[in-house]
Each structure stands twice: as structure tokens, then as C-alpha cells.
Design a protein around this ligand. Structure first.
Ligand code: SAT
Ligand code: MN
Length: 606
């Protein structure tokens, strides 16, 4: 389709202005068809950017290797350019929006020379759902077009919903690498140097401008940029929730169904939990989403969630038939791999895939790589943030209602982090506000000293939203509090804090995790039904002894330890929140949370 055929005059004008600025050789409006996807992939193969994989083992799959400067989200180049700095808050980078637009306009000038501009109309959420939102991304990257085909719903049906004047979030993207006449990428991943990359959000005008990166959330603008940073602002203004949460469906042995969402910082196994294979006989877990949940209130006062995405953009290393068999089965066909290693027979390999490297590999840098298990210093063959992009519908346990435009009613919210000490296996909040408190202190212990933190300290990531909230985090806490105040609490999801990562004195994990987490989910399920399976404590409702079925290998004493209150540890936790965490939010910290901290401290008998 060409722009002349567009019915939406505002959209047409916006595209024409972008064409005048960015100077592409040609313009194409994407239709979302299989033929279009195949053409995008072929273009990248012809440009030497993609390698087709073994059609017997991985039909319809390709491998990309990106540039070493372009392998992950770049938080220090991500901006919330609100009109006032204080609205971005202390945890976001801020630049004056007029100044940022001026800088980026100069970068965009002529940035698509020698390339095609693709216009991608996409829907986050089932097309036409009341909870869904439409975006239009302009990009010069066929890799982005192909990934957006998998991760969102693209094409003509979206334009139909948009009609001649519908609302869309405008998203600019350019890799920032114009081509000289007659030149091709010649196998080099196109992007701009780090100090020229910008991932910018304008919350008041609800615009996204991305420049210089072709990777993941920097470039697939429906995901973190629209579905979290811009959507969190819309949700605040419109009274709903846009959260960094998985959505799972759980069915008990009697056939009763509940839906649970969960927020966890990165590296806590969110995708694994979303696709969990229960160890508990008779229980079933199915997947609705693995990364983002949009939740709105139904007429019955309950919160209904949709997964705004249509695919999984998952981390490859560590994914194997033990940790996540359903993900492994999902990515056997029609999958885009980025920065994993390549085997001699054009299969993929990554660290902790479950078997040793089968011979010589090509690593993510494109160099020959031979596994040396005696060399602890050996660089990984797959980049630690290497990814698969795969259609959600290929997941063997995708819930049949995952595309229901009405969403699914949520019974429980989970929060969690990697906490080797103090935080129990599971803890139910006493009230909504106590649950908001729990969400506000989410974090993981730092294992190796990082640039900014000593090993052993807690890197707090409230609601797992720190990199994804498009406004002041203190106002975000307030929004959560208001949701509780303005709705019937008995109809709201119950809130739980879980921790699969407790370690013993010897530094070994106490809880086996993975499929055994179903034992905890079962307790939560019964708690939502009001079961008498808990004891009230100073920190919340903990499981009664034996209320959670104990996995083999966990002693009674260990079980007791991870299900009880570590009073001394909690006193330190409270002190850390009081001294190091809450002060970050200044006078935007809601008084309700400060009061909650005081109340827990008092109950602990400090
Ligand atoms: O690259 S993404 O932002 O989509 C994934 C992530 O880093 O969380
Ligand atoms: Mn995520």
C-alpha cells in the first residue's frame, strides 16, 4: 500500500512530514501479510544481516547478529521528556522536550537516505478491543518490521479500526545510518554510535522518538515505549493500570479457573513462571502473557487484563527443556533469533541450553568459538541478552482466551525479586495499601558488585517498573493507592509477595523453583477463595505449617524457615527502605506508604 491510499488525513500528513525530514528513497505502508514478512526477512538475508537456519530443525527461523554497541535497552539514553522536569521524577532521565526535539530533528534530517521508510500500523492488544491501543511506527529497518509482525498485530485491519480520524500513538524510529547511493549494509548491523542513540518519550503529547538503535525495546516501539512508558501515563490519566506483569491462567484439580498477574525485576524467571509446568498433580498453568498486562475495570468492579503483545521477546541463555520446556517448544519454528550462537549445521546454541556445544560454533560476534569448559574466563558464545522473537500462538500452553478482547478477570497480583535472605517464600498483603507497600519495595540482591552498588545490597525496582514508568514514581505509587481507594477492595485482586530465591548458610538455594512454584500458586489460589490456610504475622499472612505441599529435597526445618518471619532481617529491611529507598521520592512519596512503613516497624516491635 502507498500513502496515497490512506483514509486518515492526519496520519497521511504526519507521514508526509516525516518523509520530507528523513528523506527515504521510497515509502511503504505495511499490510501485515505473510508475504510482507517473508519479503522483509529476504531483504535482510540479501543485505547479509540474517542467516537462514536449518529448515529441518528450525523451519522459518533466522539468526541476526547485532552491533556490540546495540545489544540491549540503553537506559542511560532513554528519556522522559515531560514539560516539567519534576514530572519525570528522580528515576528517569529528563531533557526539555523542545530542546530534545530540536536535537533529534537534526539527527533525523536525511537519516533514511538510501533506505525504504516502512509505516507500521499496529495494535497493542486484540484489534478493536476496548482495552487495546493503536500505534503507528515509522522505521527504516526491515528487521523491526518483521519483529513487529510477531510482537504486535500489524496491518490493514488496524487501519480499518483507525478509520479516517481515529487516535494513534505516533512513533518515529530510524537506525540512524543513511546509505550512500548504491550502497547496502553489506553484513554490518546498521545503528548509530552510543552517544547518538536516543529513546525518547514525550508524555504530554504521547509521542515516541527513537534514533540510532535497532535492538529490542529501543526499536520495537510497541513494547516498553508504548505499552509501558506512554501507556503508564494514559493509565494514570484514565484510571487503569499498565504494568510490567506476566498473566497466567491456573486451573485447580476441580476445574476452577483463576487468572494471576506478576511483576518481577529482570532475571527472576518471569517468562518461566508464565509457562510453568506444575509439579503438583491435577493443577494446570496456561499462558496469557509473559511481560506486560493492561488492566481495566469491568462493570462488575473487577479488573480485567489483556496482554497487549502478540509474541514473546525472550532471553535465550538459560532457557532449556528443564527451565522452560514450553518456551523451547514455542521457538522451534517461525522465530527470529538475535545474538545467539550458530552451530555447524545451522542450528542455534546458547549457554545453559541443556547440552554442550555440538562442535565448532560461530559466536554472537561472528567469530569461530570452541567450547573450553576448563576456561572459566571464556567469553559466552551467545550474548547474555540474546533473544528469541516468537509468536505467542505457537506456545503449547497458550490459554484459549489469550486474545479475548474483554480480557481476563484477575484474582491476584504477585510481586517478587531475588532475595537470598529475609523475604519469605510467600506472603499475602493484609490490605490493598499494604500490597502497594510491598510493590514499592520490590528488588533483587546485588550478587557481584556493580558500578553503583556493593554486593549484598538490594537494588530496588518498585513494581518492576523503574525503567518503564513514564512519569514520577511517587505519583505512580499514588495512582496505585487511588485505585484501591476508589474501588470496592473485596473485588480487587489480592496481593502477594513471593520469593523463589532463598539461600541457606552454605549459599545453596533452599527452594527448587520452576515447576515446584505451582505449590505456592496453589496456596495463593486457595487464599483467593478465603481458605483457612494462613497465619497472621507482623509482615503479612504467611502459610500455616504444611499448608504448602513440600517438594522432595526440602527439609521440614528449611520449609519452616522460608515460611516464617525473620524479625531481625525485617528490621534491617525496614531501615534500608527508610534510609536508602523512600527518600529518593522526596515529597512525592505518598504519606500512606510512610505510614505503612511505620506500622510494620511497630508490629515488628522496633
Ligand atoms: O529489549 S526489551 O526492552 O524489549 C526487553 C528488556 O530489556 O526488558
Ligand atoms: Mn520485561
Amino acid at each position: 500500500m502507498n500513502i496515497g491510499e490512506l483514509k486518515h488525513t492526519g496520519l497521511k500528513q504526519w507521514i508526509e512530514d516525516a518523509v520530507a525530514l528523513m528523506g527515504p528513497d521510497s515509502v511503504e505502508v505495511c499490510d501485515g501479510s505473510q508475504a510482507e514478512y517473508d519479503r522483509m526477512i529476504q531483504l535482510t538475508i540479501d543485505a547479509g544481516l540474517a542467516t537462514p537456519l536449518n529448515p529441518q530443525k528450525l523451519p522459518g527461523c533466522v539468526l541476526f547478529r547485532s552491533d556490540p554497541s546495540d545489544v540491549a535497552r540503553v537506559e542511560n539514553r532513554t528519556y522522559i521528556a515531560s514539560e516539567k522536569q519534576e514530572d519525570a521524577g528522580p528515576t528517569n532521565n529528563w531533557v526539555d522536550p523542545a530542546e530534545l526535539k530540536k536535537t533529534m530533528t537534526e539527527l533525523y534530517r536525511g537519516s533514511m537516505k538510501g533506505r525504504t521508510m516502512y509505516v507500521i500500523p499496529f495494535s497493542m492488544g486484540p484489534v478493536g478491543s476496548d482495552i487495546a491501543k493503536i500505534g503507528v511506527e515509522i522505521t527504516d529497518s526491515p528487521y523491526v518490521v518483521a519483529n513487529m509482525h510477531i510482537m504486535t498485530r500489524v496491518g490493514a485491519k488496524v487501519l480499518d479500526v483507525l478509520g479516517s480520524g481515529g487516535y494513534y500513538v505516533p512513533c518515529f524510529h530510524s537506525v540512524g545510518k543513511p546509505l550512500e547511493p548504491g550502497k547496502q549494509d553489506g553484513g554490518t548491523w546498521p545503528c548509530a554510535p552510543l552517544d547518538k542513540k536516543y529513546i525518547s518519550h514525550f508524555p504530554e503529547t504521547r509521542e515516541i522518538w527513537s534514533y540510532g538503535s535497532g535492538y529490542g525495546g529501543n526499536a520495537l516501539l510497541g513494547k516498553k515505549c508504548l505499552a509501558l512508558r506512554i501507556a503508564s501515563v494514559l493509565a494514570r490519566d484514565e484510571g487503569w493500570l499498565a504494568e510490567h506483569m506476566l498473566i497466567l491462567k491456573i486451573t485447580n484439580p476441580q476445574g476452577e479457573v483463576k487468572y494471576i498477574t506478576g511483576a518481577f525485576p529482570s532475571a527472576c524467571g518471569k517468562t518461566n513462571l508464565a509457562m510453568l509446568v506444575p509439579k503438583l498433580p491435577g493443577w494446570k498453568v496456561e499462558t496469557v502473557g509473559d511481560d506486560i498486562a493492561w488492566m481495566k475495570f469491568g462493570a462488575d468492579g473487577r479488573l480485567y487484563a489483556i496482554n497487549p503483545e502478540a509474541g514473546f521477546f525472550g532471553v535465550a541463555p538459560g532457557t532449556n527443556m528443564e527451565s522452560n520446556p514450553n518456551a523451547m517448544l514455542t521457538i522451534k519454528k517461525n522465530t527470529i533469533y538475535t545474538n545467539v550462537a550458530l552451530t555447524e549445521d545451522k542450528d542455534v546454541w546458547w549457554e545453559m541450553i541443556g547440552s554442550d556445544a555440538p562442535g565448532k560454533l560461530i559466536d554472537w560476534n561472528g567469530n569461530e568459538w570452541v567450547q573450553d569448559k576448563n576456561n572459566k574466563e571464556q567469553k559466552p558464545a551467545a550474548h547474555p541478552n540474546s533473544r528469541f522473537t516468537a509468536p505467542a500462538k505457537q506456545c503449547p500452553v497458550i490459554a484459549q482466551e489469550w486474545e479475548d478482547p474483554r480480557g481476563v478477570p484477575i484474582s491476584a497480583f504477585l510481586f517478587g525479586g531475588r532475595r537470598p535472605k529475609t523475604i519469605p517464600l510467600v506472603n499475602q498483603a493484609k490490605s490493598w495499601i499494604h500490597g502497594v507497600f510491598m510493590g514499592s519495595i520490590v528488588g533483587s540482591e546485588v550478587t557481584a558488585a556493580a558500578l553503583d552498588l556493593k554486593a549484598g545490597t538490594i537494588r530496588r525496582d518498585p513494581f518492576a517498573m523503574l525503567p518503564f514508568c513514564g512519569y514520577h514514581m511517587g505519583d505512580y505509587f499514588k495512582h496505585w493507592i487511588k485505585i484501591g481507594q476508589s474501588h470496592d477492595e473485596s473485588r480487587l485482586p489480592k496481593i502477594f509477595f513471593v520469593n523463589w530465591f532463598r539461600k541457606n548458610e552454605a549459599g545453596k538455594f533452599i527452594w527448587p523453583g520452576y515447576g515446584d512454584n505451582s505449590r505456592v500458586l496453589a496456596w495463593i489460589f486457595d487464599r483467593c477463595n478465603g481458605a483457612d490456610n494462613y497465619v497472621e504475622t507482623a509482615i503479612g499472612n504467611l502459610p500455616k505449617p504444611d499448608a504448602i505441599s513440600r517438594p522432595g529435597g526440602v527439609s521440614e526445618a528449611d520449609m519452616k524457615e522460608i515460611c516464617s518471619v525473620d524479625t531481625e532481617g525485617w528490621k534491617k529491611e525496614i531501615a534500608d527502605v527508610r534510609e536508602n529507598h523512600y527518600p529518593k521520592f522526596g515529597d512525592k512519596l505518598p504519606g500512606e506508604l510512610a505510614a505503612e512503613l511505620d506500622a510494620i516497624e511497630k508490629r515488628l516491635g522496633v
